[in-house]
Design a protein around this ligand. Structure first.
Ligand code: DC
Length: 231
């Protein structure tokens, strides 16, 4: 149950590489709202499971770990980078690898884990507001959000964005392989039974293939201002 409905939430969902993370962080900064990167929760659980040597088939132990892991996001000033603290240790770079995304996508298909992470996600809803990015933020986690945005882009555009992002961070990446991984992950995220990747019925769908990040931020900010004025 979500007990804080009066605090406004903006949800930004979409597939991997749609730009939702960067757009979400920039909007959170502009609005002075909190930010939830829900994918990082699933990714961090993969790291925590690895460290605790919990088998990816042991659903009960994974759900326990999901409930007890301590995770915080700490924005770095002046940019769109957020440090991710798992049990006090910065793990941001480890979470951004494709292997971490693959593990997260496997964990995210387990209903017990989605349930265990629900309360943790609700706890990010703090005044003055929350920008939440993920796959099911508008459809399942924050159904009463004041604005639900669903960002899409073609798999080719998303693979190129991911390629640039990872290259800039010094990772050794291959565009063809990234495209295959994106398609594989899309199929798993959209095909699973528990909260599959799909826009909420009342979401605004925005194709970002032809837009740059600032264009998307402006569009979403405009939509939000039509519905919400700070009190
Ligand atoms: O957004 P991301 O690439 O960091 O997400 C990693 C994986 O976690 C992704 O394959 C799907 C899953 N995920 C999810 O199922 N629900 C969310 N709200 C966020 C992420």
């Amino acid at each position: 149950m979500n007990h804080t409905p009066s605090i406004p939430v903006l949800t930004i969902d979409g597939p991997s590489g749609s730009g939702k993370g960067t757009v979400g962080q920039l909007l959170a900064q502009r609005l002075g709202w909190h930010f939830l990167d829900s994918g990082a929760l699933y990714r961090a659980l993969g790291v925590a499971a690895n460290r605790a040597e919990v088998d990816l088939g042991d659903k009960a132990a994974l759900a326990r770990l999901a409930m007890t892991m301590d995770i915080h996001f700490r924005p770095r000033s002046g940019g769109d980078v957020v440090d991710v603290l798992l049990n006090g240790e910065e793990v941001g770079d480890r979470l951004r690898t494709e292997e971490s995304g693959r593990r997260a996508s496997i964990l995210a298909a387990i209903p017990e884990i989605r349930l265990a992470l629900l309360q943790k996600q609700h706890s990010f809803r703090q005044p003055p507001g929350l920008v939440a990015d993920g796959r099911d933020m508008g459809s399942a986690v924050f159904p009463d959000a004041i604005l639900k945005v669903y960002l899409t882009a073609t798999p080719e555009v998303r693979a190129e964005r991911r390629y640039k992002q990872l290259k800039d961070k010094g990772f050794d990446v291959n565009l063809r392989r990234l495209l295959d991984e994106i398609r594989e992950r899309d199929a798993r995220d959209a095909g699973r039974e528990a909260s599959p990747l799909k826009p909420a019925n009342d979401a605004c769908i925005l194709d970002t293939s032809q837009l740059d990040i600032s264009g998307v931020v402006e569009r979403v900010y405009g939509l939000l201002r039509e519905r919400h004025r700070p009190g």
